[in-house]
Design a protein around this ligand. Structure first.
Ligand code: BUP
Length: 459
């Protein structure tokens, strides 16, 4: 079909970390002139997911919305308490309802782009349908390599913390860097993870929100077949640029506070949309930010899902603390427009949980990162920060969780100070920013790769 009628459908999964890159890719494809259908899964887990989607559809009126209503789901039939993981399962169990929706749209669909968490359930459902199936992998190339390799490694399981997993092209992965649920004998996450890893070979290709200059060796090894033979083409199309939602107007307080601060003087602290630190760790972080004597903007989260009742800020960090850092620090309990913050000239460092979107946004804006991974893929992503040199990673700091060892305020202060004063890291972050922008500009590696994928669909 001609470009004007080429039609791409996108199926994201739950959580802002998964939704965000799908919205960005949809906006990119729309800008290239393709017909785009965005499948909106209802109901969502968090209110940020629903508010972002409604804003998205009003900002991009050409993009079509296909509502996909989930079947009723009884969480007690799945072995997990994580609301986002339970939603993965709920979506997986409803996917057999999707083909009639997909085949009845006009112009007919040329490609379906799916989330990794749904892969093993969807590949068989769409196997005989007349379109290609691509994954948009929402994490790093390192994590993709791990995801492809883990099902094989799991067969020769060793549970020693210090044992290494040598995935070709990826820095040594110790067992203690692996998402913790994968080290347990069995659980819902592990089952899904292994099934999805094995199903990668059944897709037509895998798109990555990364770029050649950020993870060069890993991309080469994957595409040489060194990680797993017979993987479909793995294509770096990132960093996917932030959508322009214009949230900033609503957050005048945050941005007018930033506007009054000197260039590069503020450290931004956030652990993403689904990580709640323990009360004690939040208090130590407060101590650290007070001690480090830098200006800071801190997004505090005490609940996993934003629909839950919020605790008052004073209760979390102490009224005394808020009073004592008034000029120097802004503490926000809720949501800030992170891309606006990272792109603000006052911001000179980012203490991050290393969610992949956060890292690609830091790269896009050239902001140095202090990596403090808290769970999931985040230690593997922290390895990318360290290897590419645009940040530092203190490997001794623990994951978040009930058993977690507290990182003390003095230790945090020391590292934040180092982050904000290291000129070498700052220069490298600036170089990464230039590479990122070059990759997606006309003729850049990621822009060219996406065009090639779309061209291949035509034949
Ligand atoms: Br919190 C927060 N504002 O206040 P990640 C997040 N974000 O814009 P996660 C805001 O949500 P997983 C806020 O810019 C990024 O695009 C942020 O994605 C945005 O981490 C996204 O960084 C968060 O991938 O998901 O949400 O923990 O780790 O599952 O990928």
């Amino acid at each position: 079909s001609s470009m004007a009628t080429m039609h791409v459908a996108l199926l994201p999964s739950s959580g802002m970390g998964h939704l965000t890159p799908f919205l960005r890719l949809a906006a990119r494809l729309d800008a290239c002139g393709y017909t785009v259908t965005f499948i909106s899964i209802l109901p969502t887990v968090s209110s940020s997911e629903s508010s972002h989607q409604s804003r998205f559809f009003s900002t991009y009126p050409r993009i079509r919305c296909m509502e996909f209503h989930l079947l009723p789901f009884d969480p007690s039939t799945a072995s997990s308490t994580d609301p986002f993981l339970l939603q993965f399962e709920a979506i997986r169990r409803s996917l057999h309802l999707l083909p009639p929706l997909l085949t009845s749209t006009l112009p007919s669909i040329s490609a379906l782009i799916i989330d990794i968490s749904l892969t093993s359930s969807i590949v068989d459902v769409v196997a005989n349908l007349p379109f290609s199936t691509y994954i948009l992998f929402t994490s790093s190339a390192s994590m993709l390599a791990f995801c492809a390799y883990f099902p094989i490694a799991a067969q020769s399981n060793t549970s020693n913390e210090n044992s290494h997993l040598q995935v070709p092209g990826v820095p040594h992965i110790q067992n203690l860097h692996i998402p913790p649920p994968l080290l347990q004998p069995t659980n819902l996450f592990k089952t899904q993870f292994i099934e999805n890893g094995l199903a990668l070979v059944k897709t037509d290709g895998i798109l990555l929100n990364t770029f050649d200059a950020l993870e060069p060796d890993t991309l080469v090894e994957i595409n040489k077949g060194a990680v797993v033979p017979a993987l479909p083409p793995v294509v770096a199309v990132g960093p996917l640029e932030p959508c322009d939602f214009n949230f900033a107007n609503e957050e005048e307080l945050t941005f007018s506070w930033l506007n009054a601060k000197p260039a590069g003087s503020v450290v931004y602290v956030s652990f993403g949309s689904r990580t709640a630190l323990s009360g004690d760790q939040i208090k130590q972080l407060a101590v650290g930010l007070k001690m480090c004597e830098c200006r800071f903007l801190w997004v505090v989260k005490s609940t996993k899902v934003d629909k839950e009742d919020r605790v008052q800020l004073g209760e979390l960090v102490g009224d005394e603390f808020l009073e004592s850092v008034r000029e120097r620090g802004l503490v926000v309990n809720g949501w800030v427009e992170q891309c606006g913050v990272l792109g603000h000239p006052a911001v000179g460092g980012f203490v991050s949980h290393c969610g992949w979107n956060s890292l690609t946004e830091a790269a896009w804006h050239g902001v140095p990162v202090l990596a403090w991974p808290q769970g999931g893929d985040q230690r593997i992503n922290a390895g990318v920060v360290e290897k590419s040199g645009f940040g530092i990673w203190e490997r001794k700091w623990d994951w978040c969780g009930d058993q977690a060892q507290l990182v003390m305020g003095s230790e945090i202060a020391k590292r934040v100070h180092e982050l904000m004063s290291d000129q070498g890291i700052r220069a490298q972050a600036t170089r990464i920013r230039e590479e990122a922008r070059r990759a997606v500009a006309v003729g850049g590696s990621s822009a060219n790769s996406l065009v090639k994928v779309m061209e291949a669909l035509k034949s």
